[in-house]
Design a binder for this molecule. Structure first.
Ligand SMILES: Cc1cc2nc3c(=O)[nH]c(=O)nc-3n(C[C@H](O)[C@H](O)[C@H](O)COP(=O)(O)OP(=O)(O)OC[C@H]3O[C@@H](n4cnc5c(N)ncnc54)[C@H](O)[C@@H]3O)c2cc1C
Length: 426
């Protein structure tokens, strides 16, 4: 540890964050003998330890967990690791190459130096680095709607990142707001435990788990969908704002069909709009949201069918999905007390937090601007962001490819670019 009056430490490269992204680039730097350190505010795989619920499983199959020099080698490549297994996997990776991680060190300020390189203020002292990789994940500050403040005090409210299990919640009904991957899986978790679940459905798409004998993820992988870069996509960079398809890996994997939940007794609503006097109102969007989610799932199956035909593959046919429930009407409002709702779980996502980064590489919305993680600020990089380069960039699927690309940039500069220590001005 050094304090503010001590000489700063110096490294060629500082990586901020010791999740799978930071560790992946560290693996390359370690192999190349580059002097570097990972600064981690908590512990290795912190997000997997603290930001997921007890019954969490990966949504992506285990075979997609392929980090540089460290593929999944367990007994169930087509299964979905539990939270504890993912933690162990990422922890095992750090140990496999003795990653130079300093835990419990938060980076509180990052700024460029006039002399080149970066000044890094941390909770334990100052560091100077020639290059910095920001690998702090894509999910920082939990988002709550402004009207959350109007919730009666008698109702417990939490963000999806704080949800652990049904028994931690007070008895009574639960309203889950949002149907991205977290909201749909949490709603199912509660429903399976026999809780009375109300679900405000948003505009997220869904995907079938299996189709024509295989996991849809396997089909999409073979079809090259995960190799398409964000620039090549019709929507271009706006893809970075898109919501992931909902599906689950629980119990070997299955669809998350909200219509089936409703048929079996879950209460579905449209988008939550406002909250007043303990009464929450909804937009009339339920029918359209369910139709949209199904249409995306079916269009993915169309693509798979076309691929199978084109490749001449001999695989079983499969009947298409037939909606198992339709809303009789658009529910306008829910009186929380009258319905016995004791808990609200906001599952509407996260906002990025780069307030500690004092380098001019952000757009008006606070998102970093970069190409494949390379910013316009010499020596500053991002890794692990959703759609950094392709669909899998914010997940296990593409992190090896993205980290390899970034390592080439870092090593190129380390070997040729910026002045080396001790030439770097003090
Ligand atoms: C609910 C949910 C489900 C997901 N499911 C899947 C899935 O099924 N499959 C899949 O492949 N991906 C999944 N992901 C996405 C992704 O794989 C994870 O978010 C993963 O944790 C990303 O790894 P990372 O290394 O980029 O970031 P993180 O794991 O978030 O690691 C970033 C690290 O940076 C540290 N940090 C942050 N700020 C600072 C600072 N200022 N100073 C020092 N340290 C700092 C944090 O403590 C953390 O340890 C899911 C994400 C969520 C939210």
């Amino acid at each position: 540890m050094n304090t503010s009056h001590q000489e700063p430490e110096r490294f060629d490269v500082v990586i901020v964050g010791a999740g799978q992204a930071g560790l992946s680039v560290s693996w390359h730097l370690s192999n190349a003998g580059v002097d570097h350190v990972l600064l981690e505010q908590a512990e290795v795989a912190h997000e997997w330890r603290t930001g997921r619920w007890d019954n969490f499983t990966l949504v992506t199959p285990n075979w997609q967990c392929k980090l540089p020099g460290y593929d999944y080698s367990g007994p169930d490549p087509h299964g979905f690791m539990t939270r504890a297994e993912v933690q162990a996997f990422v922890q095992g990776y750090a140990e496999s190459f003795n990653a130079p991680v300093r835990t419990g060190v938060e980076v509180t300020r990052l700024a460029q130096r006039d002399e080149g390189g970066f000044d890094i203020v941390t909770s334990t002292g100052r560091i100077i680095a020639r290059q910095v990789v920001i690998a702090t994940g894509g999910y920082h500050d939990p988002v709550l709607p402004a009207f959350a403040a109007a919730l009666p005090e008698s109702v417990t409210q939490l963000h999806s990142s704080e949800y652990r299990n049904p028994t931690d919640l007070p008895p009574g009904g639960v309203l889950v707001v949002g149907t991205g991957q977290s909201g749909t899986q949490i709603a199912e978790d509660l429903f399976l435990e026999g809780r009375d679940v109300h679900l405000a459905v948003g505009g997220a798409p869904r995907v079938a788990r299996f189709y024509r004998g295989r996991d849809c993820v396997a089909w999409l992988s073979d079809m090259g969908v995960y190799d398409v870069s964000v620039q090549q996509h019709a929507g271009g960079l706006s893809k970075r704002e898109s919501t992931n398809h909902y599906v689950t890996g629980r119990d070997g994997g299955r669809d998350l069909d909200l219509r089936a939940f409703a048929r079996d007794g879950m209460h579905l609503y449209g988008r939550a709009r406002a909250l007043q006097n303990g009464r929450i109102t909804f937009d009339p969007t339920l029918g359209a949201s369910l139709d949209y989610a199904d249409s995306v799932a079916e269009s993915i199956k169309d693509d798979i069918d076309r691929y199978i035909a084109r490749e001449g593959l001999d695989v079983p046919a499969e009947a298409r999905y037939i909606p198992v429930w339709q809303p009789a009407a658009e529910p306008a409002a829910l009186d929380l007390e009258a319905a016995g709702v004791a808990t609200v779980i906001w599952s509407i996502g996260y906002r990025a937090n780069y307030r500690w980064v004092h380098v001019g590489v952000f757009d008006g919305a606070g998102h970093p601007t970069h190409r494949r993680g390379v910013t316009d600020a010499e020596g500053l990089f991002f890794l692990g962001l959703p759609w950094l380069n392709s669909w899998g960039s914010g997940r296990f699927e593409a992190i090896a490819r993205d980290a390899g690309y970034l390592a080439d940039q870092l090593l190129g500069r380390t070997n040729a670019g910026l002045p080396r220590e001790p030439e770097l001005a003090r």
